[in-house]
Design a protein around this ligand. Structure first.
Ligand SMILES: Nc1ncnc2c1ncn2[C@@H]1O[C@H](COP(=O)(O)OP(=O)(O)OP(=O)(O)O)[C@@H](O)[C@H]1O
Ligand SMILES: [Mg+2]
Length: 168
């Protein structure tokens, strides 16, 4: 009897492994589908026909009468026209209660979204006229929800450009 049990377990073990393998394969396929869907999606924010590339950047940021809503159907925009805000050379602190649009301002500056009205400028250039790679090369963002990859902090900061740049 014991011997029979032993053989049954011997037989069931590989079957269990096979079923685990199929589960991992199905998970992998679902993830791959999502990745390819994302890669095939045409971004809404695109470069202008002849975008400007930034040279030396002073870092003056202005928000001019910015109007923005995440959805065109939204009846409550995140921003309505207000007086212009300029960081000047000394910088600007944006403070406000949760959900009032602080992170959204950063997303507009880096062009993850485009303003619906008004403009955001960097050193006087409307960010919509700037080449996205040039703009993002000059704007560093530390978001509140961070994902850290293995390695040290410097490795994480240099993820997209592991070698230090020598020019702009
Ligand atoms: N991707 C999105 N799609 C739709 N609505 C969004 C999206 N991201 C933010 N919102 C909405 O826009 C508004 C502003 O959000 P935002 O994240 O900019 O606020 P916040 O000031 O940074 O808040 P917190 O202090 O919590 O970080 C909120 O009402 C939020 O629900
Ligand atoms: Mg935020």
């Amino acid at each position: 009897m014991r011997k029979a049990c032993f053989y049954v377990f011997l037989f069931l073990g590989p079957l269990q492994e096979l079923s685990d393998l199929f589960e991992r394969y199905a998970n992998g396929m679902a993830c791959a589908q999502r990745i390819f869907l994302m890669l095939d999606t045409r971004p809404e924010v695109r470069d202008a026909d002849e975008p400007t590339r930034l040279g030396h950047v002073r870092g003056e940021v202005s928000f001019n009468d910015v109007v923005f809503a995440y959805s065109t159907r939204s009846t409550t925009p995140v921003y309505r026209p207000s007086r212009p805000h300029n960081s000047g050379r000394r910088g600007i602190a944006i403070v406000g209660p949760t959900g009032h649009g602080k992170s959204t301002l950063v997303q507009l500056l880096t062009r993850f979204y485009d303003v619906t009205g008004g403009s955001v400028t960097l050193d006087g250039h409307d960010v919509r006229q700037l080449a996205q790679d040039s703009l993002r090369r000059h704007v560093g963002v530390v978001l509140q929800d961070n994902v850290l990859f293995s390695g040290n902090i410097l490795d994480n900061l240099r993820l997209a450009a592991p070698k230090p740049r020598t020019s702009t």
